[in-house]
Design a protein around this ligand. Structure first.
Ligand SMILES: [Fe+2]
Length: 480
């Protein structure tokens, strides 16, 4: 399978800068919202790529725009604000040409030499323990006011998040314990060679206190975007998407961007590391290298561990294709199930479902055996869709969008605590090129192919974002 990108006229408009909605707006609604659907959907994603002299070479270098959709009393309120990162503020001052991104160089060498890529805070937004956190790979968490989306500042978990450690953008919340698990690339080892390089694992308890649990040692600096939990383990599939040391040294001096120092290097091999949640020896399993970015879920099946991911044919999606984001639509990936046996054998089952990404599930089943996966599907040759995959039967059902429409990641919201696994709704933010605006679609997860239950239309456009989360908490402020 190969990745191909094709011209995508709607892309140019979707990636125009999004304008903040600084106060709540009540959205125009088509259809009727279910009475039981009540809470707040938060979304995060880049919203502007050219600002104050900065011109992003890659979508990952766009400024994070956090949006909230508050669903309450039969209506939807919307608000959005950019995260006030140093990068955003420099652009506001007209100093964007001094900003070094991940794939974007500052204009002058002196603004690249010795500089880490600027944090855009643009990847995910998660609500846990009364904190709303905007997250990305390139930085530490940003605390955001959950009601009015004001940037409070960097979150250090009361000073307990170690310096020089990142906090990755895909934490996992155990639905039974309320604990939030995560990891971050520990940058300290390269400065203090006696400390092994690694992925530092965290547990944030339901009260919001962070605990540093373990370090997964690394032989190379890798790009580890996602992971999974099961009832007893943290599961890391460490693909050899690694930083090339020679290129990295050049980039450190300012010659060449840091993003391009990362390559798929199959000769390094691939490891799956199981970290016991309650402490103890880590188990390391070697397997054939593969390329992936996102994990959907994992669970223990007898003595096996099952890990569901979305594979890609090559690293070109990130390293090549997405650089054409203003005009080209890239091909995406396909789901794969990895079954890790007790003797260390890894079986890989590729699922026949093409051009998908953003895998999600009912988060009541995080870390547990589950039946349904949901994906966003788009790419050359596809009308975009939200696809529901039955992991037991292999059945695929889809809600297809009008040609050219561009749905982002679906978020499943349960209808009740004890209902069936697909008893609920999918909240999908989609860009509608014909109207050059964005809308929130509410789909029935059990009957996904049917017409939307409701659609809430923004009065403006916004890129549908990368990731988001739903909480039953109804965010303020109240409508005046
Ligand atoms: Fe992601």
């Amino acid at each position: 399978m190969t990745t191909t990108a094709v011209a995508h006229p709607a892309a140019a408009a979707a990636f125009r800068p999004a304008v903040e909605a600084p106060a709540d707006i009540v959205l125009e609604l088509t259809g009727t919202l279910p009475q039981e659907l009540r809470g707040t959907l938060y979304r995060n994603g880049p919203g502007q790529w050219e600002s104050g002299g900065f011109y992003a070479a890659h979508p990952f270098d766009g400024d994070g725009l956090v949006s909230k959709f508050v669903i309450d009393e039969g209506r939807v309120r919307y608000q959005s604000k950019y995260v006030r990162t140093p990068k955003f503020l420099a652009e506001q001052r007209g100093h964007g040409d001094r900003v070094r991104g991940i794939y974007t160089q500052a204009k002058a060498l002196r603004h690249n030499a010795g500089r880490m890529p600027a944090d855009c805070a643009n990847t995910h937004v998660v609500y846990h323990a009364e904190r709303l956190l905007a997250l990305s790979d390139a930085g530490r968490p940003w605390a955001i006011d959950p009601d009015d989306l004001t940037t409070i500042g960097q979150c250090t978990f009361d000073g307990r998040l170690p310096q020089l450690t990142r906090f990755s953008p895909h934490p996992k919340i155990d639905p039974l314990t309320g604990e939030m698990f995560n990891f971050g690339l520990d940058l300290a080892p390269r400065l203090a060679p006696r400390v092994p390089a690694g992925l530092r694992c965290y547990r944030v308890d339901p009260g919001g206190r962070i605990h540093s649990e373990a370090v997964v040692p690394l032989d190379d600096v890798v790009i580890q975007h996602d992971f999974a939990i099961t009832q007893n383990y943290l599961v890391f599939a460490i693909a050899p998407i690694a930083v090339d040391p020679v290129h990295a040294a050049r980039a450190l001096l300012g010659f060449g961007n840091t993003g391009d120092t990362t390559q798929f290097r199959p000769e390094l091999g691939m490891k799956i590391v199981l970290v016991p949640r309650c402490g103890g020896r880590q188990r390391v399993i070697e397997c054939d290298p593969l390329v992936y970015v996102h994990v959907n879920n994992a669970y223990e099946d007898g003595s096996d561990i099952v890990l569901d991911i979305v594979r890609h044919p090559s690293f070109d999606l990130l390293a090549v294709d997405l650089k054409q984001f203003r005009t080209q639509q890239p091909g995406l990936g396909w789901p794969a199930r990895l079954r890790i046996g007790p003797a260390g054998r890894v079986e890989v089952e590729d699922i026949d479902l093409q051009s998908v990404e953003f895998p999600v599930h009912d988060e009541r089943r995080t870390g547990r055996q589950y039946r349904y996966s949901y994906f966003s599907q788009s790419g050359p040759g596809f009308d975009s869709a939200i696809v529901k995959l039955d992991n037991e039967t292999g059945e695929q059902r889809a809600h297809t969008f009008a040609h050219g429409e561009f749905p982002g990641e679906p978020i499943f919201v349960r209808a009740s605590t004890k209902g069936a696994e697909d008893d609920g709704w999918l909240l999908v933010v989609a860009y509608l090129p014909a109207e050059h605006r964005t809308a929130l679609f509410v789909l029935d997860a059990a009957d996904i192919e049917h017409a939307p239950i409701a659609v809430a239309h923004l009065d403006r456009h916004v890129f549908p974002g990368f990731h988001g989360s739903f909480t039953e908490r109804v965010a303020g402020p109240a409508v005046l």
